[in-house]
Design a protein around this ligand. Structure first.
Ligand SMILES: [Zn+2]
Ligand SMILES: [Zn+2]
Length: 304
């Protein structure tokens, strides 16, 4: 883990967990604000997908961190954007409309970040609804597969999700823990729900070219989320030629050397960069752990 990332995680842990009015808290808040006032975290999940923070909590944490902007990027869902915007009124934090679309590139899952699009765009919301309906069907199929594996869930105990798009493997894992069939979420994934696991069913994925076109058709820009280490400059070139605007060059999964390489490729290919914590709630990656500068954010904005 990069030292700067470790330190920022540590600062935010302290910020979130300390009482409000102690002098040291004020000092930490000041330090964070001065460091992040010209930064933007462009990858954050909320309770509108598999995150644990509500959109209002995301706004509050971004404000406390002193961020200039935060993008709400739920999986295949845009409902959290309007809620976050309403909560952000008067906070000084810009809420960037975002989404993380489940897409497919050469037979593999690719997460495509969309930014700055119209959240009420017809074709985009229809496609996202289709992906979300696929999630509901997949959820039901995985419950059936778990039953065949001997792990019958008591469905009366299913907590109502914040939104239908919130349904995913994590929710099943949490139910398995709650009902005593697994000791932890990690164990539930290891036993049944990991990629290719006995109870894991494939997700509906949009072809990446279609997903890029939908985001751009809605007035937005598209970025490649957390590119895997085997993503080459040739693959990135192919994606750029499909209309991809940017690459997520800083993310908790990326080493500093890889971040530099991705920024170099983006420059070479005339693409913008994005960065984000991919925060899913308290714990691993705090809001503000990975950011772009406001200059980089401006380069990412759609050219009108
Ligand atoms: Zn992702
Ligand atoms: Zn994500």
């Amino acid at each position: 883990m990069k030292l700067s990332r470790y330190l920022s995680s540590a600062i935010f842990f302290v910020l979130v967990n300390m009482p409000a009015r102690q002098p040291f808290t004020a000092l930490c808040q000041l330090a964070a604000r001065s460091r992040l006032h010209d930064r933007a975290d462009l990858h954050v999940h909320t309770t509108h997908s598999d995150g644990n923070y509500t959109p209002a909590q995301v706004v509050e944490l971004a404000r406390r961190a002193g961020l200039a902007a935060v993008a709400v990027t739920d999986h295949d869902a845009v409902g959290g954007v309007a809620v976050a915007r309403a909560a952000a009124t008067g906070s000084g934090v810009e809420i960037v409309a975002g989404v993380e679309i489940t897409a497919e590139f050469h037979g593999r899952e690719l997460h495509l970040l969309g930014y700055f699009f119209r959240t009420d765009d017809g074709p985009l919301t229809a496609a996202l609804d289709r992906v979300c309906r696929g999630r509901v069907e997949r959820f039901q199929e995985m419950i059936e597969r778990l039953r065949l594996c001997g792990a019958s869930l008591d469905l009366r105990d299913v907590p109502p999700p914040a939104a239908p798009e919130a349904l995913g493997r994590r929710h099943l894992a949490e139910m398995l823990v709650k009902q005593g069939m697994a000791g932890s979420v990690r164990e539930a994934f290891a036993r049944w729900l990991h990629d290719g696991g006995r109870a894991a069913a494939p997700k509906l994925r949009l072809p990446v070219g279609e997903a890029v076109a939908l985001v751009r058709g809605a007035g937005g820009v598209a970025a490649y989320a957390h590119p895997p280490y085997d993503c080459t400059v040739e693959a990135l070139t192919e994606l750029r030629d499909l209309g991809l605007n940017a690459v997520e060059a800083d993310h908790p999964s990326l080493r500093a050397s890889r971040s530099r390489e991705l920024r170099g490729w983006a420059k070479q290919l005339g693409m913008a960069v994005s960065a984000g914590s991919d925060c899913h709630g308290p714990g691993k990656h705090a809001i503000g752990a990975c950011t772009v500068s406001t200059e980089e954010l401006d380069l990412l904005r759609p050219k009108r």
